[in-house]
Design a protein around this ligand. Sequence first.
Ligand code: C5P
Length: 228
Amino acid sequence: LKFHVLIPAAGSGSRMGGTLPKQYLPLNGKPLIHHALSLFASASRITSVHVVIAPDDALWSQHEVDHGSKVVVHALGGATRAATVLNGLEAIAGQVAEDDWILVHDAARPGLSMVMLDRLLDSLQEDAVGGLLAIPLADTLKRADAGQRVAKTEPRDGLWQAQTPQMFRYALLKQALQQAGGVPTDEAQAVEALGFSPKLVPGELRNLKITYPQDLQLAEAILLADAR
Ligand code: C5P
């Protein structure tokens, strides 16, 4: 059984402001996407890594993201993240087995570590369904009304924040995304819609998704601390 990685990197990153898609924003001297890519490229348990960029992406080649021979780029991004992932899965049909594991990871999560990756693979490789890295919610949740006042405090018991990688077998993930259309915001949601219950594997705060400009500074500090 093999493990393959699929990185959707066709988003525009509109919440970051600016015009450079966030996967190319500089983080410690390298494009954001470089950091997760180099981790997967150096992971001996990972057989292949597939990056799905937008069809009109002129920046990938300009940025010369360093990567090894395991990395393949597909200019097949779709209108939604789910469509981008599905296009990637269809592109690699024939190169992977139906029951090989696919790990979908956000280009915008540079803080994934080998420790977390190994934990995910070890926890799920014998699993019937698959699952994802996630962290139990730390903050109290407030539901807002139209005037931005608290309408309700939501109980946080049993709530987790989904991270990536999200790891499912090739055939199940493809079927889930085909049936879900462009709606789900993560792969687990599409698999859940088929009636399966993905396993939550403990992630870490450092595996944050870069969404707002200030997130970059936090990621920079995390990666600099690693380098020391
Ligand atoms: O926008 P968000 O932070 O949710 O994006 C998560 C990941 O999905 C990013 O890596 C982004 O590039 C990717 N994405 C994509 N195709 C889209 C939208 C988002 O590959 N149409």
